[in-house]
Design a protein around this ligand. Structure first.
Ligand code: DP6
Length: 411
């Protein structure tokens, strides 16, 4: 009798932190120096999809990313994740049921695909490792009640720290934990994707030609050399985590926005405090900060509260969080200073109202806005805008979405 096909496909979302993870206390287990908190973005716009198949006909574990083979090196994070998933399969399924197929002993072929260009400078490691772990979890039937997303987050964390937060939708905390083995350094959901439906995210893809310092290398240099980091991890973040969780639960956008911007600033301050200093933001990033600060100033003066919050990861792209009622104004403002290539922006969430062929036609600053806070840039300084919302956690996909052909190699 021929072997049945053991295969599963899953997709996973991107997450953007509002309290940043920056620093490891254990670099091989990927245990952080502080807790962090993120918002999961909708997979309708940004996602990684992964298919995993186990077969006795395969020679060894192999992985392809966007069609290109990525060699699984011994001791690599990839190898760790696959090994840990096989171990979980053995312990939770095969050791308990003598009839369960011994999938943990078979080599796997894994194909992964990001629906957004890596060149856009968007972190793909978080969604990538979350999709890898999710597809293996389905392949190995490591689903509830056998495991939970928090259990799987322990393994995704060892692929890339921020990946552990992509195991949940909505608003997600990564609790730093305290055990040396990392068993309590995991992701938990603070609120699900339906909790705050008014929340939108606008990603401003900022041109960046030079190759920057990777997160992994950068954060370790910060841990080794920055004195400011000690203040951040001991005093600043613990207090902010509590405040942020409360702000999210109470849907208090003013606090959410204030803390998000303060924490982005704090992270870039410790990067600057590193020896030699690390700069992730560029002039365009800073101009976007000036626009959001001025937008909020005008609004706060009118007693209308914060309208938007910026945050930046280890690169120049801005992510702006804003509410339904203000998203149109935010887009109009960004486009005013950063004109887009005509026809490029797809109003996929219909906030501009149908019929806007060229987004530059709607460019506008709000009343009372000091236009001198930034200069209008050439087309392409912000090379794209991605407008999205809060989304759900990993999804299991049907066989028709498989990335592997009949022969077990990428299609
Ligand atoms: C600035 O998760 O990419 O995006 O654990 O070394 O893989 P490794 O780092 P990574 O770091 C992300 C850092 C950040 C902040 C955040 O997402 O919390």
């Amino acid at each position: 009798m021929s072997e049945p096909i053991y295969e599963a496909t899953a997709s996973a979302p991107v997450n953007i932190a509002v309290i940043k993870y920056w620093g490891k206390r254990d670099t091989s287990l990927i245990l952080p120096t502080n807790s962090s908190l993120s918002v999961t973005l909708s997979q309708d716009h940004l996602r990684s999809t992964t298919t995993s198949r186990a077969s006795s006909s395969f020679d060894k574990d192999r992985l392809w990313l966007n069609g290109q083979e990525d060699v699984i090196k011994p001791g690599s994070r990839l190898e760790t994740c696959i090994r840990e998933m096989k171990k979980l399969r053995k312990e939770l399924v095969e050791d308990k049921d003598a009839n369960a197929p011994k999938l943990s002993t078979l080599p796997v072929h894994i194909a992964s695909y990001n629906n957004f260009p890596t060149a856009a400078g968007l972190a793909s490691s978080a969604s990538g490792f979350a999709a890898l772990v999710s597809s293996l979890a389905h392949l190995y039937t490591l689903t509830p009640p056998l495991t939970s997303p928090s259990t799987l987050s322990l393994i995704a964390r060892q692929g890339s720290g921020s990946a552990c937060r992509s195991l949940f939708g909505g608003f997600v905390a990564w609790e730093m934990g305290s055990t040396p083995t990392g068993t309590d350094s995991l992701a938990v959901q603070i609120a699900d994707e339906a909790h705050w439906p008014e929340m939108h995210a606008l990603i401003c893809v900022v041109s960046d030609d030079k190759k920057g310092t990777s997160s992994t290398a950068g954060m370790q240099r910060t841990v080794e050399t920055s004195t400011l980091l000690q203040h951040r991890i001991k005093d600043v973040v613990p207090r902010r985590m509590d405040e942020m969780i409360r702000a999210i639960k109470e849907k208090d956008f003013d606090s959410f926005a204030r803390i998000t911007m303060a924490d982005s600033n704090s992270f870039h301050a410790v990067a600057l405090d590193t020896e030699p200093p690390i700069f992730y933001m560029n002039d365009v990033s800073r101009a976007i900060i000036a626009l959001i600060v001025e937008l909020n100033r005008v609004s706060l003066e009118k007693g209308e509260g914060y309208k938007a919050a910026y945050t930046y990861d280890a690169g120049p792209n801005a992510v702006i969080y804003t509410l339904d009622k203000n998203v149109k104004e935010v887009i109009q403002l960004i486009v005013k200073y950063f004109p887009q290539k005509a026809g490029e922006f797809k109003d996929n969430l219909q906030v501009l109202g149908g019929g806007v062929a060229d987004i530059n036609q709607v460019a506008q600053v709000p009343e009372g806005f000091n236009e001198k806070v930034a200069v209008v840039r050439e087309v392409g300084a912000v090379k794209g805008l991605i407008h999205t919302k809060v989304g759900d956690g990993p999804r299991r996909l049907g066989d028709e979405e498989s990335l592997l052909g009949k022969d077990g190699f990428p299609k």
